[in-house]
Design a protein around this ligand. Structure first.
Ligand code: PNS
Length: 167
């Protein structure tokens, strides 16, 4: 009997992750259960001024995904669809918190589909308890001396707080 070669379903979760939040980690964990492999793609979004370099952001994510063997992290430059193709990905995963995210994400999904028709975007709804959470909120809180515990993974709190003076 011929052995059938099962194609791996590889998904890419892209973002700035400056820094990773519990909201991002929840999406990573849930997407990792839906696909054979999940690659977190970290990139420099030129529209945003980042606190961490993309290599530092990738290192912080690596510290938090030790319990998810099918998840890995990579940095990338250029077009997202090219990164997806290079990694044999079939799907882009994005998290949606509110209607306000939807308009931008719809445009991005349509644009990426226009660039490469074979790549789809799927959206996971953010957990209600993370609906207000973003990397910007974390940085804003830190800037004003607030407590970021409960908003970002415990493993990276010290790394984030050590950069407080740069904010
Ligand atoms: O976490 P972010 O900053 O909202 O993530 C945005 C990201 C990285 C998903 C988006 O900026 C992106 O896809 N950038 C890669 C460049 C690209 O492919 N742009 C769309 C076509 S011009």
């Amino acid at each position: 009997m011929a052995t059938e070669r099962k194609m791996e379903r590889i998904a890419i979760y892209p973002g700035s992750f400056d820094p990773l939040t519990n909201g991002h980690l929840d999406i990573i964990s849930r997407a990792s259960r839906l696909f054979d492999k999940l690659i977190v793609g970290v990139l420099q979004n030129d529209a945003k001024k980042c606190l961490f370099t993309k290599e530092e952001r990738a290192r912080l994510i690596s510290k938090c995904i030790g319990n998810m063997p099918n998840v890995s992290v990579q940095t990338f430059n250029g077009l997202l669809v090219d990164f997806v193709k290079q990694n044999q990905g079939i799907v882009i995963v994005k998290g949606l918190r509110a209607v306000s995210d939807y308009e931008y994400e719809l445009q991005m999904a349509a644009l990426n589909k226009h660039i490469d028709h074979e790549i789809d975007t799927i959206f996971l709804m953010a957990d209600v308890q993370n609906s207000f959470l973003s990397s910007s909120v974390v940085k804003e809180l830190l800037r004003h001396g607030g407590n970021i515990r409960g908003l970002v993974p415990e493993e990276i709190i010290d790394d984030i707080e050590s950069l407080k003076s740069k904010l």
